[in-house]
Design a protein around this ligand. Structure first.
Ligand SMILES: Cc1cc2nc3c(=O)[nH]c(=O)nc-3n(C[C@H](O)[C@H](O)[C@H](O)COP(=O)(O)OP(=O)(O)OC[C@H]3O[C@@H](n4cnc5c(N)ncnc54)[C@H](O)[C@@H]3O)c2cc1C
Length: 646
C-alpha cells in the first residue's frame, strides 16, 4: 500500500515545497511552475508533451492561480503594466477547449481568406475537458481519456455539430467495428454493485441490476432477483426495495398525469422514494450515487420527474404519459428511437480536439484521417509559431478583455494575459470568450451588471476523472466484473474502459496485459442545493493532495479487487488524477431553479448576449454539458462577431 510509484507525487511534495521558496504571491509561484513542465512528474520521459504527464492533472497546478487571484481581488495590486506584444489578430479566442477550437475553425471557414487567429488557454494542454492521458509501459502506448468521454448527447446532435463531426472525418457508424463487446462478455464479466462493510456490515459485490439491465443480455430476464437474494440488506429493506422495483403504488391517485409531473418536478427522487412512497431509507444507497456521472450530485438533488425520465423505478403505477413534463433536465427527456450517435476514441473527445488542431495548425499534427490522429505524435512546440495564421498559446490565463475605446464604436479589443510570470497584451478585431462563463465577469469589466450576474450563475460541476495503469486485468477477470458501482466509495465508479481499437492503436485484450482502470468521483455534499454542493466540492478538490488521492485509489482497488488477487503495491503502475473543479456546465434543475419550471428566460440566454466586439461561447452558454452544445455555441458566437466593424 505504501510503496512509492515513481515520481508521481513529486508535484505535491517537492515541487510545491520549492514553489513556497519563491517570493511573492502564490499565483506567481503557480506561473513559474506552469512555465516549467520539465519539473512535472512523468515529464522526464517526454519533455514538453503534456499528455504523458502523470500525477495531479486536469486543472493542474499552475493553471488556476492567476484566475483565483483575479477573483480574490489580489491580482492587479501585485503586477505592473502589461507588455504590448504588438501582435494583432482578426480574432482572439479565450479558451482552447472544444468550443474555442470550434470557434476558430468556423471563423476561418466563414471569414474567408486567411484570417489570423490566436487562441489563449490557461492549461498546458489544449482541448479543455477533452483531455488525453498517455502512459508508456515498457514501450507500449496505453491511451486514456482524462475528461470528456464520448461523442454522445442526450438530445440529438444539431446539424451544425454533426457537420463538424463529419468534416473532421469521424464516421460514427463505424463504432460497432471499433469496439470489442465480446472481450469482457466472453469471460462472463459484468457490472458489480459494491456493498461496503462500514454501511452494510460486510464487503460484498453483487451483480448490479441497473447497470446490467439490457446490457447485451448479460443479466438474466429479471436482474433484481439475484440482487435481492444476495444483497446484504435487512428483510425490511429488501422487501421495500422489491416493492419499489416490482410493484410501487401510485402516491397521487386522482391527479392527472400533468399534475403528477408537476409534483414530481418539485420533490427529489430520494424524498419521493422515502417520504412520498414511504419506503425505508435503507433502499436509497441502491440509487443515491447513480446520477454522479450525469450531474455530479446524488438522488438527493435530482428531481423525481427526471428520475422517471431516466428510467428509475417507482413510477410504474402512476400512468404518466410519456411526453416530457415542464422543468425536466435535457438528459432526462426520452428523445425516441433515433439512430444511435456515439463514438468513444481511446482518449475520448481529445481526438476531436486533436483533429481540430490539425485543421488549424497543420504543422503540429501529422496525418490526414480520424484514425491516424489517435497515435499521431503531436508537436506542441509548433502550436504557437509567429508566421502561422493560427496560433495556440497555452499556459496563458486571460485576465482582461477591454475595447480600445467606446464598445459601441471601437474597432479593436485589447486582450491581456498572464504567461510565465509576465503580463502581455495582444489586439483583436473581435474576441470570442469560449472560457467558463463564471470567469467572464472578472475578465470583462465593461459588461453590464445584469449580464455579469447571469454569467456568474453558471456554477460548474466538480468532478474527478482518474486513470490508473495496472499491470493486468486478471483480478477483474477472476472476479467476473469489468465495472463496479460503489455508492459509498471515494470513487463511485471504477471500471475497465470500453475495449476500443482505432487506427494503429490496439486496446489491451489479454488479461495479462497492462490496462487502464478508469475511476470517477463526484465531489458532492448530499443535502445541500446543487449550487452549494458544487461550491463545496470545488473547495474539496482544490485542497486534496495527490498523495490523498493515491491513498484512496490504492485502498479502494485493494478492497474491490483484493479477493481476485490484486495487490496495489505490485499492480498499480501509474496514476493520473484529472481533477476538474470546474467540470460540467451547470444544467438547470427544477428543485433549485424556479425559472426552469416557468417560461422565464434562463440565465444562459442573458449571459451569452454579444457585447461590442465580444461574443460568448462555451457549453456554459447553453447550460448543457455536451460537445454539441460547445460546438453550437461556438458557431453562434462566430456568426455574431463576423459582421462586426473590424
Ligand atoms: C469529466 C468530464 C467528462 C465529460 N464527458 C463528456 C462526454 O462524454 N461527452 C460530452 O459530450 N461532453 C462531456 N463533458 C462535457 C464537456 O465539458 C463538453 O463536452 C465540452 O468539452 C466543453 O467544451 P468547452 O470548450 O465548452 O469548455 P472547456 O472544455 O471547459 O474549455 C474551456 C477552456 O477555457 C479555459 N479558460 C477558462 N478561463 C480562461 C482564461 N481566463 N484564460 C484562458 N483560458 C481560460 C479553460 O481552462 C478551458 O481549457 C465532460 C466534462 C467533464 C468535466
Amino acid at each position: 500500500m505504501h510503496r512509492p510509484i515513481g515520481r508521481r507525487d513529486f508535484l505535491n511534495g517537492m515541487a510545491l515545497g520549492a514553489a513556497g521558496l519563491v517570493a511573492g504571491p502564490r499565483w506567481l509561484a503557480g506561473l513559474d511552475l506552469a512555465n516549467d513542465p520539465a519539473g512535472r512528474p512523468g515529464a522526464a520521459a517526454r519533455p514538453g508533451y503534456p499528455p504523458a504527464l502523470t500525477g495531479l492533472r486536469g486543472s493542474h497546478e499552475g493553471s488556476y492561480e492567476v484566475a483565483h487571484a483575479l477573483r480574490d481581488d489580489a491580482f492587479w495590486t501585485t503586477v505592473g503594466p502589461p507588455e504590448d506584444t504588438g501582435e494583432e489578430y482578426d480574432l482572439v479566442v479565450v479558451g482552447a477547449g472544444l468550443s474555442g477550437l470550434s470557434a476558430a475553425h468556423f471563423y476561418r471557414r466563414m471569414a474567408g481568406g486567411s484570417p489570423r487567429v490566436l487562441l489563449l488557454d490557461n492549461h498546458d494542454d489544449f482541448g479543455g475537458h477533452a483531455r488525453r492521458n498517455e502512459f508508456d509501459q515498457g514501450g507500449r502506448l496505453v491511451i486514456g481519456y482524462g475528461g470528456s468521454y464520448a461523442i454522445d448527447s442526450a438530445a440529438p446532435y444539431s446539424a451544425v455539430a454533426r457537420a463538424l463531426v463529419d468534416h473532421l472525418g469521424i464516421d460514427v457508424s463505424r463504432w460497432e467495428r471499433a469496439v470489442d463487446w465480446s472481450l469482457y462478455a466472453a469471460r462472463g464479466m459484468g457490472s458489480g454493485f459494491f456493498f461496503d462493510r462500514e454501511s452494510f456490515g460486510v464487503d460484498r459485490v453483487v451483480r448490479d441490476p441497473l447497470a446490467d439491465r439490457g446490457a447485451r443480455g448479460r443479466a438474466g430476464p429479471d436482474p433484481w432477483e439475484r440482487f435481492l437474494a444476495e444483497a446484504p440488506l435487512s428483510a425490511k429493506v429488501r422487501s421495500d426495495l422489491e416493492r419499489l422495483v416490482r410493484d410501487p403504488k401510485d402516491p397521487y391517485p386522482g391527479l392527472s398525469s400533468g399534475e403528477k409531473k408537476a409534483r414530481l418536478a418539485r420533490v427529489s427522487y430520494a424524498d419521493f422514494v422515502t417520504n412520498v412512497l414511504g419506503h425505508d431509507t435503507g433502499v436509497l444507497p441502491v440509487f443515491q450515487a447513480r446520477p454522479h456521472s450525469l450531474y455530479g450530485v446524488g438522488m438527493d438533488a435530482v428531481p423525481a420527474q427526471d428520475a422517471w425520465g431516466l428510467g428509475f423505478p417507482g413510477f410504474q403505477a402512476m400512468g404518466l404519459d410519456p411526453a416530457p413534463g415542464p422543468g425536466m433536465n435535457l438528459d432526462a427527456i426520452p428523445y425516441g428511437e433515433a439512430e444511435p450517435y456515439f463514438f468513444h476514441f481511446p482518449d475520448g473527445n481529445a481526438t476531436l480536439a486533436r483533429l481540430l488542431v490539425r485543421g488549424l495548425v497543420p504543422a503540429s499534427v501529422p496525418g490526414s484521417t480520424a484514425e491516424d490522429v489517435v497515435t499521431a505524435p503531436l508537436d506542441y512546440a509548433r502550436l504557437d509559431q509567429p508566421d502561422a495564421p493560427v496560433r495556440i498559446r497555452l499556459r496563458s490565463t486571460v485576465v482582461r478583455v477591454t475595447h480600445a475605446g467606446d464598445p459601441a464604436t471601437a474597432r479593436q479589443v485589447d486582450v491581456t494575459y498572464a504567461e510565465g510570470g509576465r503580463l502581455r497584451t495582444v489586439r483583436g478585431s473581435r474576441c470570442i470568450l469560449a472560457c467558463w462563463s463564471q470567469v467572464v465577469p472578472y475578465v470583462c469589466p465593461e459588461l453590464p451588471p445584469s449580464q455579469k450576474d447571469a454569467l456568474a450563475y453558471a456554477t460548474k460541476v466538480p468532478l474527478v476523472s482518474t486513470n490508473v495503469l495496472v499491470r493486468d486485468f486478471a483480478a477483474f477477470a477472476k472476479l467476473g466484473f469489468h465495472h463496479f458501482h460503489a455508492p459509498h466509495g471515494y470513487y463511485s465508479s471504477v471500471g475497465l474502459d470500453l475495449p476500443v481499437s482505432v487506427g494503429d492503436y490496439r486496446c489491451p485484450r489479454d488479461p495479462e496485459e497492462p490496462i487502464l482502470v478508469h475511476m470517477g468521483r463526484a465531489a458532492c455534499r448530499p443535502g445541500l442545493s446543487t449550487h452549494e454542493q458544487h461550491l463545496a466540492g470545488r473547495v474539496e478538490l482544490l485542497e486534496t493532495s495527490f498523495e490523498s488521492h493515491e491513498r484512496e485509489i490504492r485502498a479502494q482497488l485493494a478492497r474491490l479487487l483484493g479477493p481476485g488477487g490484486f495487490d496495489p503495491a505490485r499492480d498499480v503502475l501509474a496514476i493520473t488524477v484529472n481533477r476538474w473543479p470546474h467540470g460540467y456546465a451547470y444544467q438547470y434543475n427544477s428543485l433549485f431553479d424556479e425559472f426552469w419550471l416557468t417560461n422565464e428566460e434562463p440565465p444562459c440566454v442573458r449571459a451569452r448576449r454579444p457585447f461590442g466586439l465580444l461574443a460568448i461561447a462555451n457549453s456554459d452558454a447553453a447550460a448543457y454539458a455536451y460537445v454539441d452544445a460547445a460546438v453550437d455555441q461556438a458557431h453562434r458566437a462566430v456568426l455574431e462577431v463576423l459582421p462586426r466593424r473590424g
